[in-house]
Design a protein. Structure first.
Length: 251
């Protein structure tokens, strides 16, 4: 099989998943966008968390041109991306009970805020406890996960629950268990993961919905402009000054 044919198959698989979440998650996307808009209107702060490769989607909505300036990254040392050495340490930390409590105790999160928790499997202790403990603080939680893992895998949290069980809104990425879209007779393992593509698209759809919901209420969404267009820095400076008490990535 030619490489170009495999590339086309991956694009087809990713496009199919994007169409599926567009059509089947429409209600949840609307609810998540409305929840974010409510938080902005009520003076709350916005945070996003993801471990390992799930952190890529969290970072994609923080300090982003065209994105909400109020979205902050809730970072856990050692699990944000694969920059820790060895990289396998990040996966191990996701399974540590109690780590989420320590992180939240040292974070600025408080009642009235909103936290987006991203975990493809939703089965590890860290994302489960992050959502569970955040809600106990009075924080609204939007979970982004593949619900299929809850029926095809075993939870690694002592409660036996998954991320999806501790959220105000759940966005189902519809990613098959194993996160690999392609197979080939000559290759033993499945390959070509699509979770980053789909999860990032889901969250950008939510951000767009939130911006529209704010505009519908007569509120100018606190959006950032690209620093690479004329006037972008000046625009962003005004937004960051107006909402400085809710922006933490500048401190």
């Amino acid at each position: 099989m030619s490489d170009s044919k495999l590339a086309g198959q991956f694009f087809d698989a990713a496009i199919g998943l994007l169409r599926q979440v567009r059509d089947e998650d429409a209600g949840e996307i609307e609810a998540a966008g409305s929840l974010i808009a409510d938080t902005v209107v009520e003076g709350g702060r916005l945070f996003a968390f993801g471990a390992g490769h799930s952190s890529l989607a969290a970072q994609d909505i923080v300090y982003r041109a065209g994105g909400l300036a109020l979205m902050n990254l809730l970072a856990v040392p050692g699990v944000v991306g694969v920059d820790v050495m060895p990289a396998t340490l990040g996966s191990a930390l996701e399974r540590v009970d109690g780590l989420a409590s320590a992180v939240l105790d040292c974070s600025p999160l408080q009642s009235g805020d909103l936290l987006v928790v991203i975990s493809l499997s939703g089965r590890n202790a860290l994302p489960v406890e992050m959502a569970m403990n955040a809600r106990s603080l009075g924080v609204k939680v939007i979970g982004v996960t593949s619900v299929a893992y809850a029926t095809e895998t075993t939870s690694r949290h002592v409660s036996g629950t998954y991320l999806k069980d501790h959220c105000d809104v759940v966005l189902d990425s519809r990613i098959p268990v194993g996160d690999a879209e392609l197979t080939l007779d000559s290759i033993e393992a499945p390959f070509a993961p699509a979770s980053t593509v789909v999860t990032s698209a889901l969250l950008q759809a939510v951000m767009a919905t939130a911006a529209g919901a704010l505009a519908d209420r007569g509120i100018e969404p606190p959006l950032l402009r690209s620093g690479n267009v004329d006037g972008g820095h000046e625009w962003n400076g005004r937004v960051m000054t107006e909402y400085g008490d809710r922006i933490f990535y500048r401190r």
